[in-house]
Design a protein around this ligand. Structure first.
Ligand code: BGC
Length: 468
């Protein structure tokens, strides 16, 4: 039955029917059977086709057009052209040997104004993508929101407005109605704290509000509320679906033993990690933020925000070292991380932070089922004269983090899968196309995908040919 459905899908989508690869789910040495191996991307970062087939503009389209906002002046307008090359990209995933693929749905592609009329051609794209993944034996893990808010909703207040909870829940239900018969996992938001800090508190990301702590906390609280409302609605709509959300969890370290730096670390941890994590897991607000959030939080909000999760997505890149900096957002600035290695983003390589996070989730949050939904690094990759991309530093980075993950598993942490950021180089937000996180190199002039050495390495790890 399953096979004939796959055959049918493959034929309908003109995809080669390839044998299922059971190997990647089970064989990787020292990882549990059924562990999901995969990679992540997001709509604004790879799709392009920003004004095709009825898609409405998102805040990132508008933000990237403002002079000086993006390092190389790049925009998401074309990106990796995945909207047209999705077949080729599924073949790339198949070649890599993924068993899971996390992507995001572009809200403004499927509901151009954010609320109201749906765009049939937009939904058709995700239909094809989901069917193509399933035909190839890859589990689709769509994320409903990865920062690209429809511009029309921003004009109605965006995440500053409490109405956003209803807008998002309606969109989530529409997605589940359209794709839920085939999609086993639904992820709600991507890193709400990062969106709130860089897009609303500061002006480094879209929508570039720069409204300081009050705007940041409002955007964070309303995303929490939207997530809780959507989770509740999806439980009713699709009782069998596995529901989750994705948080950026990074241990926060004080730059020095000074009391002021210690206090800054506690504040930053509250904003970056705890408002979102304690919200969904405990229905609580970190104590030190209660005075600042009191006006935002209405009596029933915390009960809506606290929801059972079938999967907690954790994005991990590094720890964060902070210090007191009066006048900065939450009076906190970046400190000097103590690390021997740094990535091209300037981020320290600290795989032990991943272990710390997982152990903390086990000890303090009831050991929830976790999926590492992003982990990876940007390095200065170059296409060699031999047509190869040698990226030994990325291989070392991923290997170190997988070893940390294996230690967490050995200690009893409930980790169900691991997804690399990212399948391919893509639009790296305010860094434009100047930072490359991919397992596949993208030559933007031709849009050719060229597997890097790390791509081959990761494939061998998943097949169990290269023990971690
Ligand atoms: C985001 C990705 C981003 C990555 C690297 C994560 O915070 O979810 O969209 O590309 O970090 O900066």
């Amino acid at each position: 039955m399953l096979l004939s459905r796959r055959r049918l899908l493959a034929a309908a989508l003109s995809l080669p029917l390839l044998p299922r690869r059971a190997a990647a789910t089970t064989a990787a040495a020292n990882f549990p059977a059924g562990f999901l191996w995969g990679a992540s991307t997001s709509a604004a970062q790879i799709e392009g086709a920003a004004s095709e087939d009825g898609r409405g503009p998102s805040i990132w389209d508008a933000f990237a057009r403002q002079p000086g906002k993006i390092a190389d002046g790049g925009t998401p307008a074309v990106a990796c052209d995945h909207y047209h090359r999705w077949r080729e990209d599924i073949a790339l995933m198949r070649r890599l040997g993924l068993t899971a693929y996390r992507f995001s749905i572009s809200w403004s592609r499927v509901i151009p104004a954010g609320t109201g009329a749906a765009n049939a051609k937009g939904w058709d794209f995700y239909d094809r993508l989901v069917d193509g993944l399933l035909a190839t034996g890859i589990t689709p893990m769509p994320c409903l929101f990865h920062w690209d808010l429809p511009l029309a909703l921003h004009e109605r207040g965006g995440w500053m407005s409490r109405d956003s909870a209803g807008w998002f829940a309606d969109y989530a239900v529409a997605a589940a109605r359209r794709l839920g018969d085939r999609v086993p996992y639904w992820l709600m938001l991507n890193e709400p704290s990062v969106m709130a800090i860089f897009g609303y508190g500061l002006a480094a990301h879209a929508p570039g509000l720069g409204g300081g702590a009050p705007a940041c906390l409002a955007a964070l609280h309303h995303q929490n509320l939207a997530q809780g409302t959507a989770l509740k609605a999806l439980r009713a709509e699709r009782p069998a679906a596995k529901l989750g959300t994705v948080l950026s969890l990074q241990p926060v370290v004080a730059d020095s033993a000074r009391a002021a730096d210690g206090a800054a670390a506690i504040r930053w941890d509250a904003v970056w990690n705890r408002v979102a994590l304690d919200g969904v897991m405990r229905g609580a607000i970190p104590g030190i933020l209660v005075p600042e959030m009191a006006k935002l939080v209405r009596p029933d909000d915390l009960a809506i925000i606290r929801q059972p999760l079938d999967l907690l997505g954790v994005n991990y890149y590094s720890k964060m070292t902070v210090r007191a900096q009066p006048g900065a957002l939450f009076d906190t600035g970046w400190g000097r991380p103590r690390a021997a290695r740094f990535t091209a983003m300037g981020w320290p390589v600290q795989p032990e932070g991943l272990l710390d996070i997982l152990m903390e989730l086990k000890a303090l949050y009831g050991n929830p089922p976790v999926m590492i939904t992003e982990n990876g690094a940007a390095y200065d990759d170059r296409l060699g004269p031999d047509g190869e991309v040698a990226d030994p530093t990325r291989i070392a980075f991923l290997g170190d983090h997988l070893r940390a993950l294996r230690r967490a598993l050995a200690a009893g942490c409930n980790v169900r899968g691991y997804l690399v950021w990212s399948l391919m180089d893509n639009f790296e937000w305010q860094a434009g196309y100047t930072r490359r996180f991919g397992l596949a190199y993208v030559d933007y002039a031709s849009e050719r995908r060229i597997p890097k050495a790390s791509f081959h390495w990761y494939g061998a790890v998943m097949r169990g040919e290269r023990p971690i």
